[in-house]
Design a protein around this ligand. Structure first.
Ligand code: TZP
Ligand code: MG
Length: 231
């Protein structure tokens, strides 16, 4: 490697470790389609009040313009709460809202391309197989989304549940990147996810469909803190 390139790759390595260290706890993903009238901002505000450490703005249908307006609101709320703000899929929205990061799946733009566009942001990549985990790391991912851990009806094409055992398998394949477990996680099973060694648990319906979103988030945070494994 050219010495200048080596110097920069070392710098990105340091930045990456700092970014990765912030991925922990309860990560709430917004979804306006589950409960009519519950907006992305309502969900984010409640989740942050309840102690979520990260909010992801996820909307497959809204325009970039609409999402930028919403994202700017969530940006302010997350900053005030000391939480991370991550955008799903949309590079332009993440940039326009000064989000902390972007989350992409295997069907989105390649992670290496997104990393080049967003050198300073947290980059999360959903992975289903150990080879995808290794590639995501090489491409510059800061954390891996792994799931669905349990059955979920929130994402139609999520696939069969992989179980909590997949968390350790993916971590081994990723060279130690933080793992965000997702899919069907709720207050009755989140302790298993923490004990399996996940760094964070991402939830949609467990918060968005709860009668009281603040209390639901608080409950998940409490169980997580009681159950997480050190390190
Ligand atoms: N990716 C894998 S499963 C899933 C996503 C976005 C849906 C998670 O939703 P829920 O309601 O927490 O099961
Ligand atoms: Mg995607």
């Amino acid at each position: 490697m050219h010495p200048i390139a080596a110097q920069y790759s070392g710098l990105y390595g340091v930045l990456g470790r700092q970014r990765s260290a912030m991925i922990k706890g309860i990560y709430v993903i917004t979804d306006e389609e589950l409960i009519p009238g519950r907006t992305h901002v309502d969900i984010a505000e409640a989740a942050l009040t309840g102690g979520a450490s990260a909010i992801q703005l996820r909307d497959k249908h809204a325009s970039n313009e609409q999402l930028i307006r919403i994202g700017l609101e969530i940006r302010k709320l997350a900053s005030a709460a000391g939480a991370l703000f991550i955008v799903n899929d949309r590079v332009e929205v993440a940039l326009a809202c000064s989000a902390d990061g972007l989350h992409i799946g295997q069907g989105d733009r390649p992670a290496s391309e997104v990393r080049a566009l967003l050198p300073d942001k947290i980059l999360g990549v959903s992975v289903a197989a150990p080879e995808e985990a290794a590639t995501a790391r090489t491409d510059g991912a800061d954390y891996l989304g792994v799931g669905p851990i349990f059955a979920t009806s929130t994402k139609a094409d999520a696939g069969e549940p992989v179980g909590t055992g997949r968390i350790a398998v993916m971590r081994a394949a990723s060279g130690g990147l933080p793992i965000v477990a997702i899919g069907g996680i709720n207050e009755s099973n989140i302790a298993q996810v923490a004990k399996a060694g996940a760094d964070a648990a991402a939830v949609i319906s467990a918060v968005v469909c709860a009668d009281d979103m603040v209390e639901a988030t608080r409950g998940l945070v409490r169980i997580w803190e009681e159950s997480e494994t050190p390190g």
